[in-house]
Design a protein around this ligand. Structure first.
Ligand SMILES: Cc1ncc(COP(=O)(O)O)c(C=O)c1O
Length: 392
């Protein structure tokens, strides 16, 4: 019934799963009949600290009962507190707050273009299979043709190199190049992990050629890899880092952190946003940062390793599992056939998973899960896979 109304009232942009979630509690979601689901997707790497996290709820209520919004033409404490904390956690930089990942990247793209305009440079190298958002510029930055189709002409100035192939990057550098933009682990591209050496070489290339290195950490940020950010995991410092998703555990917020070296590029009026850095989102984000402590990051490392082991055990059991890959609690399992039906069957059994690049099951559970949650998820997957074992 609801499906029919969605079809009637909504533009046709999402291929939705047949469930209506009405409530959440930590790692669980509940549908309208009260059925409980273990959430191994987090609304796409967003509710990393669990649904209706009580400390976050308190912060939300506190801010919501004092002030929701006041425009970026005025000063405010929640923004200041969050900016200070983010800078402390990353590197000497300055911040721009927006509402989403695409906007955080849009800001980075505009900033490097503005900087490049001083030298008549504007090209940005991004990567095949990357994903940077759905605005026209971030869509153009995205190195996947399927997202471009029908939206041409794209924003000019993006060149796509091969991920993990330093020679293909070198080949694309010319006198117009101003920046390199990369997800340290490609999420929408199917969980493709960058080699440490590759990122180190990118850093070197940027230094040698005066290029700005942008890390899109919209999916990898805030503890996903077992470190606060993927750049900590790799030990490679970008010049700009873009953040969103897990930053406020479900409230809209994006952040672009720009190394102090490039922080004077924008002047008054060069960029802006009405809602950017919403006060409630910022107040909650401050509490999010406090909760991602050493203990939680350690949990991600331990449980991530455990989940990876368990997925690999399934791989040795079922020959239709092509590969298992990822870091921390950002894992992918590639099948030899489209995985949508598997994900639908898991959903019926009470496990929320996701599929990317058609054949890759993506695991993005909340960072708070325990081994029992992994065991529960693996039992469901194993149960579902048995049906395919007979078919294949
Ligand atoms: C790496 C990356 N960049 C950018 C985005 C776009 O973020 P948003 O959907 O908040 O605009 C996403 C979303 O999946 C992402 O994974």
């Amino acid at each position: 019934m609801v499906k029919k109304y969605f079809e009637r009232y909504f533009l046709n942009t999402y291929n939705r799963y047949n469930v209506i979630f009405v409530k959440g509690n930590n790692q669980y979601l509940f549908d309208e009949k009260g059925k409980k689901y273990l959430d191994f997707f987090c609304g796409l790497a967003v509710t990393n600290l669990g649904h209706i996290n009580h400390i976050l709820l308190k912060a939300l209520k506190r801010q919501a009962s004092s002030l929701w919004h006041c425009s970026n033409l005025y000063y405010s404490y929640p923004q200041l507190k969050l900016a200070k904390e983010l800078i402390k956690l990353t590197f000497p930089s300055k911040v721009f707050f927006s509402n989403s990942g695409a906007e955080a990247n849009e800001c980075a793209i505009k900033l490097v273009r503005k900087y490049g305009s001083l030298y008549d440079k504007y090209e940005i190298i991004t990567f095949k299979n990357s994903f940077h958002g759905r605005t026209l510029a971030t869509l153009s930055a995205t190195g996947q043709e399927k997202f471009h189709k029908g939206f041409e002409p794209l924003v000019d100035g993006f060149k796509y190199a091969e991920f993990n192939n330093i020679f293909s990057v070198k080949k694309l550098i010319n006198k117009k190049t101003i920046a390199i933009m990369i997800e340290p682990i490609q999420g929408e591209g199917g969980i493709n992990v960058a080699d440490v050496n590759f990122l180190k070489q990118l850093r070197d290339i940027c230094d040698e050629n005066g290029l700005i290195l942008i890390f899109d950490e919209i999916q990898t940020g805030f503890g996903r890899t077992g470190e606060m950010f993927a750049f900590n995991y790799y030990g490679v410092k970008p010049d700009i880092i873009t953040l969103a998703k897990g930053i406020s555990n479900g409230l809209p917020l994006g952040a672009t952190l720009v190394d102090i070296k490039y922080s004077k590029v924008f002047n008054y009026g060069d960029h802006g946003s009405t809602f950017g850095g919403n006060l409630i989102s910022c107040a909650v984000a401050c509490e999010v940062l406090k909760q991602i402590d050493k203990k939680l990051l350690n949990n991600v490392k331990i449980i991530g390793k455990y989940l990876l082991e368990k997925l690999n055990q399934l791989k040795s059991k079922y020959n239709f599992i092509k590969s298992v890959r990822g870091v921390g609690l950002m894992l992918g399992m590639e099948l030899t056939f489209p995985a949508r039906e598997v994900v639908e069957l898991c959903l019926k059994k009470g496990l929320v998973l996701n599929v990317v690049q058609e054949k890759v099951i993506r695991f993005l559970p909340p960072l708070i899960i325990k081994k029992v949650d992994v065991d529960y998820a693996i039992d469901i997957l194993d149960y579902v896979f048995k049906r395919y074992d007979r078919r294949n």
